[in-house]
Design a protein around this ligand. Structure first.
Ligand SMILES: [Fe+2]
Length: 299
C-alpha cells in the first residue's frame, strides 16, 4: 500500500498510513511526510512498535537531532533511564520505578501540563518532536495540540497590529514558576536564563504566520511584567479554544510527530500510580523568523 496521509477530525492533524516507521523511508516518502507536516503540523502514525534505536533512525531521516550542552531538564546524565538522543517523558525513575510525588523531577514534568512549544526557551527552538507511546495509562495522559496558525489568523486586526513586532522572553524559570515550582538551584537558574523570541513567527517553508506562545514566555520586551503576563494569558486562551485544538488519545505503538513552529501542546492528567512511558526524539530547528522578515517568503 503506498503512503497516504488522511485528514483527521480537525484540519491540522493527519493520519499517515502505508509506511512502516521501522524501515528506511524512500526520499519520496520523506518528502511526502515533510509536506504533510507543512500542511497539517501534526501527524499520527498508528501501530508503530518502535524501540529507541529505530525511533532515532526514523527521526534522523528528517534532519539533525536537537543537541545542547546545557540541560533542558534537571536530571543529570547519570540519573537518566534512557540513552542519548531519547528524552524520557515517562513517570519512571532511572531504575524503572514510578517516581515519588515528592521528586523534583516529577514537579518539573508537571510543567508539561501547561501549553508550550518544545525548546522555545532555547535560542534555537525545536523543529519537529516525535513522541512514541510505549506504555499508556488506562485513562487520561492525552496530548492536546493547538494550531497557532489558525490562532494568529483569527486575531482581530487591532491585535494583529499589536503583536506584529513584539518580542517575548522565554525561560523554564517562568513555566515552572507558573505551577509554583521555584526551588531551582543556582546552576539551573544560570542554565535557564531567558531567551528572546518573536511573538509572531513565519514558517520557513510555507511563510504562514503563527503565534509563538508558550508557558515559557514570561515577559514582553518593553512592557511591564503584569501587563505582559495578562496579555500572554489572554492570547493563550484565545489560541487554545476548542476549535483550534486536536486531542490525541494514545494507543500503545502510536508515534505522533508535530511541528513546534506552528503548534503548542500540553499533556493531560492521568493516575500517577500507573506507568506512562512515552519517549521523545527532537529535531533541531532554526532561529524563529519574525513576522516582518517573513514577508516575501513563499505564501
Ligand atoms: Fe513538550
Amino acid at each position: 500500500m503506498p503512503i497516504d496521509i488522511r485528514k483527521l477530525r480537525v484540519t491540522f492533524a493527519g493520519e499517515v498510513t502505508g509506511i512502516d516507521c521501522r524501515r528506511p523511508l524512500s526520499s519520496e516518502e520523506v518528502a511526502a511526510i515533510d509536506a504533510g507536516m507543512d500542511r497539517f503540523a501534526v501527524l499520527v502514525f498508528r501501530d508503530q512498535p518502535l524501540d529507541d534505536e529505530r525511533q532515532l533512525a526514523f527521526t534522523r531521516q528528517f534532519g539533525a537531532l536537537e543537541s545542547y550542552a546545557t540541560p533542558g531538564h534537571i536530571r543529570r546524565r547519570e540519573e537518566q533511564r534512557l540513552g542519548p538522543g531519547i528524552a524520557d517523558f515517562s513517570n519512571l525513575d532511572k531504575d524503572g520505578n514510578i517516581m515519588s510525588a515528592e521528586d523534583r523531577v516529577w514537579f518539573f514534568k508537571l510543567g508539561d501540563r501547561l501549553w508550550h512549544s518544545d525548546s522555545s526557551f532555547r535560542p534555537i527552538p525545536a523543529k519537529y518532536s516525535l513522541l512514541s507511546g510505549r506504555v499508556i495509562p488506562s485513562w487520561g495522559a492525552d496530548t492536546e495540540f493547538a494550531d497557532m496558525r489558525a490562532a494568529y489568523d483569527a486575531l482581530d486586526a487591532r491585535t494583529k497590529a499589536i503583536v506584529e513586532d513584539l518580542v517575548c522572553e522565554h525561560s523554564l524559570i517562568y513555566s515552572r514558576a507558573a505551577i509554583g515550582f521555584t526551588d531551582l538551584t543556582p546552576e539551573e537558574i544560570a542554565a535557564f536564563q531567558p531567551v528572546r523570541q518573536p511573538l509572531v513567527r513565519c514558517h520557513p517553508a510555507t511563510g504562514r504566520r503563527s503565534l509563538f506562545l508558550a508557558s515559557h514566555a514570561g515577559a514582553i520586551v518593553g512592557w511591564t511584567v503584569p501587563e505582559a503576563r495578562v496579555f500572554l494569558h489572554e492570547l493563550t486562551e484565545h489560541a487554545t479554544q476548542r476549535e483550534f485544538v486536536y486531542k490525541h488519545k494514545w494507543q500503545v505503538g502510536d508515534l505522533v510527530m508535530w511541528d513546534n513552529r506552528q503548534t503548542m501542546h500540553r499533556a493531560t492528567r492521568f493516575d500517577r500510580h500507573e506507568v506512562r512511558d512515552v519517549r521523545r526524539t527532537t529535531l533541531a530547528g532554526e532561529a524563529a523568523i519574525p513576522a516582518k522578515a517573513g514577508i516575501g517568503r513563499a505564501a
